[in-house]
Design a protein around this ligand. Structure first.
Ligand code: GLV
Ligand code: MN
Ligand code: MN
Length: 341
């Protein structure tokens, strides 16, 4: 079968797991396990020797490994077809074509890069890592460029905040006597919005609230909420984290991509007369974890359509752009493999 067709069919197969709407493959659930099983089969078909590391990361390699490539197969709830998955199917296809390299599928990226963090902590680092990923933003679509090269990945901090109040009867406790945990949390959510807006290039999101006891006729006694903070440099990230009184349970400092693998991707774009657009990533990636651990790392972004919408079922990239990404990845892997000898 034509490799580009196979890549698209594999994306469809992965998307069908979990039943929809959208992709529903939360890390370390049977849905993510099922996606890894599919990828394992495709790796074996590609002639790769497959192993699963102690944290469940899936690794398939040729006998003589040079460069590693890969991404993740978990998704956010109701996610899109391409986030993570495109980097995995492209990696399997490209390594098979080159006949040399390793493909890695990291576990549980969306909730905090669990698999890649555990992987680098074990210390056996790849000599070089490339990740193909959808852009998840509008830059390449606006520029009319099918592909782009990532300059750096923003800093991210995530943490939880808890607001305690006093639960009580919604009809009998006077307004003046209430300690409503959700009212306090609501004020905090607005502060999150305003504090991030006041810092150039920073963003912050409250995407999950748990209200207890959670009944329409009970004053909320406790609220737990999740804050996600991002900024282009460490200073701005620290400033916002401090302003929000956040004690992060996940933190990724901003990290640049490495010169040599970036140049290999750039040379492949130029060889095809494609524009070389360089752009930062506002999304977190396993590639950032590897880069922060000292692995020379680069990322190739595939143009997102529909205005760049992502983490949603409307996420879209064209078959032509995905096919080009596989070609460019293949060329870059071959170049880097040749240089590593
Ligand atoms: C991962 O997709 C993230 O940036 O949250
Ligand atoms: Mn992703
Ligand atoms: Mn994602």
């Amino acid at each position: 079968m034509n490799g580009s067709v196979r890549v698209l069919e594999r994306l469809d197969e992965l998307y069908a797991i979990g039943g929809g709407p959208g992709a529903n493959r939360i890390g370390y659930t049977p849905a993510e396990d099922g996606a890894h099983e599919l990828a394992r089969g495709w790796m074996e078909d590609a002639g790769l020797a497959v192993e699963v590391d102690p944290d469940g990361n899936l690794i398939g390699r040729t006998a003589d490994v040079a460069v590693w490539t890969g991404s993740h197969l978990d998704s956010v709830p109701r996610g899109g077809k391409f986030d993570g998955a495109v980097g995995v199917v492209a990696a399997i296809e490209a390594v098979e074509r080159v006949g040399k390299g390793a493909v890695v599928v990291f576990r549980d990226e969306e909730r905090g890069c669990t698999g890649s963090t555990a992987f680098v902590a074990r210390g056996e680092l790849p000599v070089c890592f490339l990740e193909v990923h959808i852009e998840q933003g509008p830059v390449l679509e606006s520029a009319g460029a099918p592909l782009g090269i990532v300059t750096n990945v923003v800093g991210i901090a995530r943490g939880e905040k808890v607001f305690d109040g006093e639960p009580g009867h919604a009809g009998t406790v006077p307004m003046s006597a209430r300690r409503d945990a959700l009212a306090a949390a609501a004020e905090y959510v607005l502060h999150v919005r305003d504090a991030a807006a006041a810092i150039e290039g920073a963003v912050a999101t409250v995407g999950r609230l748990v209200v207890e006891p959670g009944a329409g006729n009970v004053i909320p006694g406790r609220v737990q909420l999740a804050v996600d903070v991002r900024a282009p440099d460490r200073e701005r990230l620290d400033l916002l984290v401090a302003d929000l009184g956040l004690e992060p349970d996940f933190r990724l400092d901003p990290v640049p991509m490495a010169e040599e693998p970036r140049a290999a991707l750039g040379a492949e774009l130029e060889a095809r007369d494609l524009p070389v657009v360089e752009l930062p990533s506002g999304a977190g990636h396993d590639a950032a974890i590897l880069a922060a651990a000292g692995v020379p790392t680069a990322m190739l972004f595939v143009r997102s359509l529909n205005g760049g919408i992502s983490h949603a079922p409307e996420e879209e990239s064209s078959p032509e752009d995905v096919a080009l990404a596989v070609d460019v990845l293949t060329g870059a892997l071959a170049r880097l493999a040749a240089r590593s000898h």
